[in-house]
Design a protein around this ligand. Structure first.
Ligand code: DX5
Ligand code: ZN
Length: 218
């Protein structure tokens, strides 16, 4: 399977949001990654359902929505209505994770769980077969442009083993500090999907950068 590239709109030019989406529509991006932050689960605020709906109206690709919010179960149907295709909640934010995952799936979205850098992969042992995606945070969530945490490689390896052992179909996605320096090594370690914000949107030619990330081998 070829790499899935999911540009994170957190780093795009929000004053030109429609242009940014149209650029992504004609790029090799596979998904659009949308970071929803509540200022409680993470020390930052971003945007909510109205912006997701606007993006949905213009985007031709699946919306990969990453909820960095407490009690995400309160908003599952709202994000479905806004147009989310994949809805990822944080393990650390869900007391009743199994119920939350079932609720996402019953809304006919793909269900993902994200792990903060300090949360071990082993906590997913009893839920892995229910998941469509596991999002490993390779930075502490809250901000774009941070440095990649090298321990992520160990977690990807452990997650790959857990997926193989359990027969789960979950995809592995990595989020934070992804660049041309680590994407090939991460692919080889078993990562399927890559979120990249700063590396794409702060480059001089984002469309070319997406193509580079999709194809680079080194
Ligand atoms: C961080 C977000 C990321 C962020 C990644 O909390 O979840 O999706 O946009 O940005 P970069 O690629 O700049 O590290
Ligand atoms: Zn994210």
């Amino acid at each position: 399977m070829s790499r899935i590239i999911a540009p994170s709109l957190l780093s795009c030019d929000f004053a030109n949001l429609q242009n940014e989406i149209e650029m992504l529509n004609t790029s090799q991006a596979d998904w659009l990654h949308l970071d929803i932050m509540d200022g409680v689960f993470v020390p930052n605020l971003t945007f909510g359902m109205p912006i997701v709906s606007f993006i949905r109206k213009h985007a031709l690709k699946p919306l990969d929505v990453h909820l960095m919010i407490v009690q995400p179960e309160r908003y599952i149907s709202d994000f479905k209505k806004a147009g989310a295709d994949i809805l990822t909640v944080h393990y650390e934010a869900c007391t009743h994770l199994h119920r939350t995952i079932q609720a996402i799936k019953s809304e006919e979205m793909k269900a993902g769980v994200s792990l903060n850098p300090h949360t071990p992969v082993s906590v997913l042992e009893d839920i892995i077969t229910e998941l469509d995606l596991v999002l490993i945070m390779s930075v502490n969530p809250g901000f774009g442009g941070q440095s990649f945490i090298e321990n992520t490689f160990k977690k990807v390896k452990q997650l790959k083993e857990l997926i193989a052992r359990s027969g789960s179909q979950a995809l592995i996605e990595v989020d934070g500090g992804v660049s041309d320096l680590n994407i090939d090594q991460l692919s080889k370690a078993g990562v399927d999907a890559f979120v990249a914000g700063n590396f794409i949107f702060k480059s001089s030619n984002p469309k070319q950068t997406i193509s580079d990330l999709k194809n680079i081998n080194r």
